[in-house]
Design a protein around this ligand. Structure first.
Ligand code: 26V
Length: 826
């Protein structure tokens, strides 16, 4: 007999096949006798979605029944990438799906390739959110993610004549089978207007009379855990015109304008802002933030009130996590809800608020996010009042603690005075959160001693380290199936997919010749895949015997892609000067660079152009042949990363020490058995701790040396002291400046960033160049000894367990959010 507990849907290949055909016919509306790869993808996606929905329902019914403390993860960015492979793996139905498709004449890999990326985020922070959602689901935590459903995700990068151009990413063009539109889950979000004081029950009460209303509609994205029935929710909000939107214009007969105005509402969730500081202080960005915050908090409070009656219970039942400062307006919004709407009284409300928020910062930069008071005054007048009151109370308390030290008080203040009075979002988040997290040990250290030194002095107990991690499900199981099978075979279990610490068991086979052989084979197959892609994208044929050397990440001066390019030019010079005999001993290289530059970041765009100019010169030099190839991979995104990372031999992480808060690319490469060539920055410091200095190539100034070197450079500027620039570096720089790669005028300002008297080489390329070349030489030497290389590669994977996002999330759950697993019964 059928039991409701089983769910309706079966997962054997025949049932899956029936469902796929059903969706071909009735959802995609194609004939079941004739459909293509894309239609097969759509039908399979809907088949998988049905199963996700079933689990999603069961999970939420279970959460509702057991009423655990819930975590709400608030982030303006999620870089989910593709969903199909990840979902079928987490549901445990990959073989069945492959068989079902096979019998219909399709291949799973080809069908999966049809899916576009969901790119609702910029880079590190956004992909981290995605990995953390995967871990929250897998570890059975009762969590919800909240975000914005941008209609245009991160811009697409196209390269024309070596220059980056940006194209809009209208990712919803062909529909999105992974979301469920909840037309009934809507909230009104209000903007503008005035604040008035009214008498209520003999007491004066502030009332906000808003001037504009927009509707937020929920779109739910089920996030399945691996090895569990739990499927949690990522709820993304889209802006729609409110039915009340412009009644007045309508009533006065201005029909056309009222319709135009209605349409304007939708612009709020239209487009993701590229990570570019110049976008701060823009009204639309602030509108996005508040729209997101208001909708999410109304939803959270509604759910809380359904299950509980007393707001005193809020801190025991709700944890709100601020993913960077972007959602920090939540603090003012919760205060407004509790004080103005629930009439709790300021002190009681503040007491509750201080117990529910935690905050993670993702940047090393001191000068954080600020909102001009002028903007807030107009857009959110009541929130500005609340922020002033929070700040007033905070400063009064501080005066009692530290006395009338006005310069210190000015640094602590949430309000920054001056030409442009503004709200310091980080100060707000720190004052009100019970925990302030850094994303690596080094990052936390900088927060304590520099960025938030004054706050650390006041609240040392708030500051915690939660070193980032990435999901081994996405970064090994989905993207490197060959390695997955090999690991499981040699560990004799698949348990590492839920418990990455087990990867350390690979050390037991470190000297096994068969293991080495299979290990190298897996890499070779991944390199073949990557080589095919490179040829298709750039027309460059690369040799599989060459070392595939990769640097893929957002283009930024501090990440020093320029150091990489200068190293390539130096290598080219060396090759040109070598005789035939010496050339025979050289390790051939394929240097692969990829990444997007923020549209307004001129220097980053020049780095991309230089990369192409150097590639053109070297790749067309027949004298060099396969000894050196340079490739720029366009439009780097999550699915490109899934292809590139498994195929890399060496990966570069070159940020000047003290600049990369954590970095997560390093962890992905580590898990894929790719050796790291890196500075001791961000989480790399902990990778070195874990696998030992001998198993990667570390170079460059350490954090404590960086400041000294900068000072030294500045003192070198004194006119009588000749500047000391290493010869190799000077030569490379001159080649670029003098037009060896063409476009000398265009590259002038780029060269100046590393020259004396101009940019002053703030990121220390000059002084790190020598040690960088030594690390490169060490990598070459190690590559020649393939046995040694393979051992280092195995030890990298074996040591990557600590860098699983499961570890990070468990740590957050236990020490910050105080939530417990809540596993939906099978
Ligand atoms: C800033 C802005 C400014 C206004 C417009 C939109 C926008 C979007 C994002 C950002 C800040 C991005 C910060 C970020 O991605 N940080 C990275 O976080 C990673 C995860 O913790 C970490 O590994 C990287 O080191 C860090 O750079």
């Amino acid at each position: 007999m059928f039991s409701l507990m089983d769910g309706f849907l079966k997962n054997d290949p025949i049932s899956l096949q029936k469902d796929i055909l059903h969706h071909v016919e009735y959802t995609v509306a194609r004939s079941r006798f004739s459909f293509d790869d894309f239609e097969a993808y759509q039908a399979l996606a809907h088949t998988v979605r049905d199963r996700l929905i079933e689990r999603w329902h069961d999970t939420h019914i279970y959460f509702k029944r057991t009423k655990p403390k819930r975590l709400y993860f608030l982030s303006l960015e999620f870089l989910m990438g593709r969903s199909l492979s990840n979902s079928v793996i987490n549901l445990g139905i990959e073989d069945q799906c492959a068989e079902a498709l096979n019998q219909l004449g399709f291949e799973f890999e080809v069908v999966a390739e049809q899916e576009g990326d969901a790119a609702l985020g910029n880079g590190g922070l956004a992909r981290l959110s995605a990995c953390q959602m995967d871990s929250l689901a897998t570890l059975d935590y009762p969590a919800w993610g909240y975000g914005l459903r941008y209609e245009y995700g991160l811009f697409r990068q196209i390269i024309v004549d070596g220059f980056q151009h940006e194209k809009p990413d209208y990712w919803l063009n062909f529909g999105n089978p992974w979301e469920i539109e909840r037309i009934h889950v809507t909230y009104e979000v209000k903007f503008y207007g005035t604040v008035e004081e009214v008498e209520m029950n003999g007491e004066k009460q502030k009332v906000w009379i808003p001037g504009e209303t927009v509707e937020a509609v929920a779109y739910d994205n089920p996030i399945p855990g691996y090895g569990t029935r739990n499927t949690i929710n990522l709820r993304l909000w889209a802006a729609k015109p409110s039915s009340k939107f412009d009644l007045e214009a309508y009533n006065t007969g201005d029909y056309i304008n009222s319709v135009v105005n209605r349409q304007n509402a939708e612009t709020i969730s239209n487009v993701l802002y590229p990570d570019d500081r110049s976008h701060q202080g823009k009204e639309l960005r602030l509108k996005q933030q508040y729209f997101f915050v208001s909708a999410s908090l109304q939803d959270i409070m509604r759910r809380f009130k359904e299950e509980h009656t007393n707001f005193d219970e809020l801190p025991e039942k709700v944890a709100l996590h601020l993913n960077d400062t972007h959602p920090s307006l939540s603090i003012a919004e919760v205060m407004r809800m509790l004080v103005d709407e629930e009439h709790l009284g300021w002190h009681k409300a503040w007491d509750i608020v201080c117990k529910i928020f935690s905050f993670t910062t993702h940047t090393m930069v001191t000068d954080g996010e600020k909102i001009p008071v002028e903007l807030l005054e107009n857009l959110l007048p009541r929130h500005l009042e609340i922020l002033y009151e929070i700040n007033f109370n905070f400063l009064e308390e501080m005066k009692k603690r530290i006395g009338l030290d006005y310069s210190r008080l000015a640094l602590l203040s949430i309000v920054e005075e001056g030409a442009m009075k503004s709200i310091r979002m980080a100060n707000l988040a720190i004052v009100c959160s019970h925990t302030v997290n850094g994303v690596s040990k080094l990052h936390l250290e900088k927060l304590k001693t520099k960025t938030f030194k004054d706050f650390y002095g006041l609240y040392p107990e708030k500051f915690q380290c939660k070193t980032n991690g990435v999901s081994q499900r996405r970064w090994i199981v989905v993207s490197n199936p060959g390695l997955r099978d090999l690991i499981s075979k040699w560990l004799g279990t698949e348990a590492w997919i839920r418990d990455a610490d087990l990867l350390s068991g690979l050390r037991d086979h470190l000297d096994n010749a068969d293991f080495h052989l299979e290990w190298k084979m897996v890499k070779k197959v991944n390199k073949m895949r990557l080589a095919e892609y490179i040829e298709a994208m750039s027309g460059v044929k690369v040799s599989l015997d060459a070392m595939f050397d990769v640097q893929v990440k957002r283009i930024h001066e501090y990440k020093r892609q320029l150091l990489n390019i200068f190293g390539i030019i130096h290598r080219y010079n060396c090759l040109k000067n070598m005789d035939k005999d010496s050339r025979r001993k050289v390790v051939p290289r394929v240097c692969i660079i990829g990444g997007k530059a923020a549209p307004g970041y001129e220097i980053a765009k020049k780095i991309i152009k230089l990369c192409h100019a150097v590639a053109e010169k070297i790749n067309n030099d027949t004298d060099i042949g396969d000894l050196l190839k340079v490739v720029f991979i366009p439009d780097y995104n999550v699915s490109v990363a899934e292809l590139v990372i498994p195929g890399a031999d060496l990966s570069q992480h070159l940020s000047t020490a003290g600049n990369e808060a954590s970095g997560t690319g390093n962890m992905k490469f580590l898990m894929n058995g790719c050796l790291l060539l890196a500075t001791a920055d961000g989480s790399t410091v902990e990778i070195i701790e874990e696998i030992g200095e001998d198993n990667l190539f570390v170079f460059g100034a350490k954090v404590h040396e960086v400041e000294k070197r900068r000072q030294k450079r500045l003192s070198n500027l004194a006119p009588l002291q000749p500047a000391k620039v290493p010869l190799h570096f000077a030569r490379v720089l001159r080649m670029v400046r003098d037009g060896y790669f063409g476009h000398n005028d265009y590259f002038k300002s780029l060269c100046e960033t590393v020259e004396f008297g101009f940019g002053n080489d703030y990121y220390l390329l000059t002084s790190d160049f020598g040690s960088y070349l030594e690390a490169q030489a060490a990598a070459d030497k190690a590559f020649v000894n393939q046995d040694k290389w393979t051992r280092m590669s195995i030890l990298s994977v074996a040591g990557s367990g600590r860098f699983s996002s499961d570890r990070t999330i468990q740590d957050y759950a236990e020490s910050t959010w105080k939530i417990s697993p809540c596993r939906c019964p099978l």
